[in-house]
Design a protein around this ligand. Structure first.
Ligand code: BGC
Length: 486
């Protein structure tokens, strides 16, 4: 979710921006990209049962079908930056929409698991490309005052996408219509293509490739209330001063940037190894184990306990992240997540040792209900903390010059960790059991708490330049404590 943008703060941008039709369409692009991203992540939860029946797929195969979207996304996120610079943001997003559509068709029509997996990889690649290109495009098109909101809309749209996918799953689960569930994602993909097609590329990209007149034309179209020529002149000036294009990978890994890099990568890893996507992808299976015996009951629990709660709690974070600060939200969220994971572990322990697990007997047991409540607490805690805040921090801790590369790296590490978890979750459950698997996620949540408490400084209310000064201290957290700002 890169945002390597230095939009100049001219007097024009300080005025309250007018939301014209073209600016609304930029909002629609970011919304649709997030929806697609979320839909493709969430839909698999309800589709797995039918896929397993159709192909008699083994556990390993089910994990590959589930997780290879994240492998595709990892590659997509890495190439997206280069692509967006070469062919432009607009063409890159159009390409992602085409990939989504082709991938969805492969999935829906797959005659065997190989074609299905190819479809998952293509969709994943589209997800990865869009996850970098869409927020970048929106951030470059948005007036400064709306930039934060446009970018956080993206996270919200992802959770809405997951929720819609769960609703579709729920509606279709009775007849195991997994092909329709997966195929439906072609609809928002085609919509994204239609909305994006008439849009101009971002003025910043036009300036980057030396197309000044197009930059002015694009700006006057999207934001008719600003003096386009003056603003483009400022973008040109900022682009000359900002030598981001000359930054190298060696710089990203240099000693000077060791601290923010460790923090960015660490947060990206902890966001995933505490189990979020195991729950998003395998929710129905977890609820089945917890005694929700019919696919309908499982799907309903997934839709409301996971999907709806995720959207609501994300809304809270989007509103409060600048008021409470990053550290308190992260730490509070991890306390909720760790306690919830521990509770799920304990209640699975009881279910595994009881004769009446509830499965097949018509309703969830007390332990099953406790699991449901604990998962609600987990999702809510994640969604107001690690979910959005990790991305906020990753996008603000690096200096302008290397931000694009560093954010792409952290994003790829995040997808890599998501792949690890979703690829091995069911195997873990089969080998060490449900309880131990959730204890393990809980243990990682405790480690994350201690690590964040010790090493992640507060960045709330600081300009990007002030954040860079933080890294000059040997121990930034201790320095903030000494200064009484923590
Ligand atoms: C994570 C995704 C996750 C989503 C759930 C995001 O912040 O990066 O991996 O699926 O939150 O809402």
């Amino acid at each position: 979710m890169g945002d390597d943008v230095t939009t100049p703060t001219s007097t024009a941008t300080n005025k309250k921006p007018k939301m014209g039709i073209w600016l609304l369409l930029v909002g629609a692009v970011i919304m649709l990209s997030g929806l697609l991203f979320g839909y493709d992540q969430g839909v698999i939860a309800g589709a797995l049962g039918g896929i397993q029946k159709s192909f008699g797929a083994s556990t390993t195969m089910i994990q590959i079908i589930t997780s290879w979207v994240t492998l595709g996304a990892l590659v997509g996120a890495l190439v997206a930056g280069v692509l967006a610079d070469k062919v432009g943001r607009r063409v890159t997003i159009l390409l992602a929409a085409v990939l989504f559509t082709i991938g969805a068709l492969f999935e829906a029509l797959a005659p065997n698991t190989t074609v299905l997996i190819i479809g998952r990889l293509i969709v994943g690649f589209g997800v990865g490309v869009a996850s970098v290109a869409a927020p970048l495009y929106a951030a470059e098109q948005a007036p400064t005052r709306l930039r934060g909101r446009f970018v956080s809309t993206y996270q919200l749209a992802i959770t809405i996408g997951i929720f819609i996918a769960y609703l579709v799953d729920q509606a279709l689960i009775n007849n195991d219509m997994w092909r329709v569930m997966l195929g439906v994602s072609a609809v928002p993909a085609v919509l994204l293509f239609i909305v994006m097609f008439p849009m101009p590329d971002s003025p910043r990209w036009f300036v980057k490739v030396g197309r000044r007149d197009d930059a002015i034309k694009a700006l006057s179209k999207v934001r008719p209330d600003v003096d386009a020529a003056a603003e483009v002149a400022e973008i040109e000036k900022a682009a000359q001063e900002d030598d981001a294009d000359k930054a190298t990978w060696a710089e990203v890994f240099s000693k000077k940037l060791r601290k923010p890099l460790m923090i960015g990568v660490g947060l990206a890893v902890f966001q995933q190894i505490t189990g979020i996507n195991a729950i998003i992808y395998y929710a129905n299976k977890i609820f089945a184990q917890a005694g929700f015996s019919t696919p309908e009951d499982q799907a309903a629990a997934t839709t409301w306990a996971i999907g709806a709660v995720n959207v609501l709690a994300t809304l809270i974070a989007v509103v409060y992240v600048d008021r409470f600060g990053r550290r308190p939200l992260l730490l509070a969220g991890l306390v909720g997540m760790a306690s919830a994971l521990l509770t799920v572990g304990v209640s699975f322990h009881f279910m595994e040792n009881a004769d009446t697990s509830g499965a097949g007997t018509g309703g969830p047991t007390t332990a099953g209900i406790i699991t449901l409540v604990a998962l609600v607490v987990f999702i809510a805690s994640f969604a107001f903390s690690l979910g959005p805040v990790v991305w906020t921090v990753i996008n603000e801790i690096f200096p302008n010059r290397v931000r694009g590369r560093a954010v792409a790296l952290a994003t790829a590490v995040n997808w890599g960790s998501a792949w690890l978890v979703s690829q091995f979750f069911l195997t873990l459950i089969e080998t060490i059991g449900n309880s131990a698997t959730f204890y393990l996620f809980g243990f990682f949540a405790v480690v994350a708490y201690v690590w964040i408490w010790k090493t992640v400084p507060e960045t709330k209310g600081r300009s990007l330049e002030e954040i860079q000064q933080i890294w000059e201290d040997d121990d930034p957290v201790q320095a903030q404590r000494d200064a009484g700002t923590l």
